[in-house]
Design a protein around this ligand. Sequence first.
Ligand SMILES: Nc1ncnc2c1ncn2[C@@H]1O[C@H](COP(=O)(O)OP(=O)(O)O)[C@@H](O)[C@H]1O
Ligand SMILES: [Mg+2]
Length: 211
Amino acid sequence: MVTFGEVLALPRTSLHVDRGSSIAIMGPSGSGKSTLLACIQGLEKPTSGTVQVLGQDQRSASARARSDLRRRRMGLIQQSPNLLEEFSTSENVAFPLLFDGMKRPHALKLAVEALRGVGMAHRTDADIRSLSGGEAQRVAVARALVRPDVSLIVADEPTASLDVENARRVTELLLSEADRHSATVLLATHDPAVAALCDRTYHLTREHDAA
Ligand SMILES: Nc1ncnc2c1ncn2[C@@H]1O[C@H](COP(=O)(O)OP(=O)(O)O)[C@@H](O)[C@H]1O
Ligand SMILES: [Mg+2]
């Protein structure tokens, strides 16, 4: 459970996700999808209850331990791809590795491999402004999966800005690339067609809806 003043988010939420599996988190706006994903990432602490992620208890872990786990083992995809226009496609994908101090040639080599995985190998030097919405989101998927040891992909409505066809394509690429890395996927979505591509779906309800 998480409380924000009077707001009670995620009461009675209990979810176990097997490693390597994919789970869609569905529920109306305000039902707590983003709050749940924030608890898993260690950005929000539950007021009560426990959150175990990759063997770490996120509620008792230090800020440093939470940030290390997030940086080293998790990949994040949001509704907006959040790419930096000053940099090329491959530089954007390499960014998490460069930030960690990896040497540039090695980081760019891994970035190109990750771009190949999402069918964007032909756009490694592309200007970010020239990418379509679907292409930009595929680059964001590559960035989330660029780390060879990524274990958990957290995707918060990754297809909410895409048309039906691109939503399906981006989700399929996300799931197949995660599978190739044996990474677990937690994906919040409003879209039943996107949820249906995941191994299973967990439904959140708003407290007053459930009452
Ligand atoms: N930082 C915050 N401060 C206060 N209330 C918040 C905060 N974050 C989320 N909430 C509230 O918690 C509930 C769940 O929100 P959220 O997790 O964003 O839902 P969803 O992602 O399913 O739309 C909502 O009532 C929202 O207003
Ligand atoms: Mg949300």
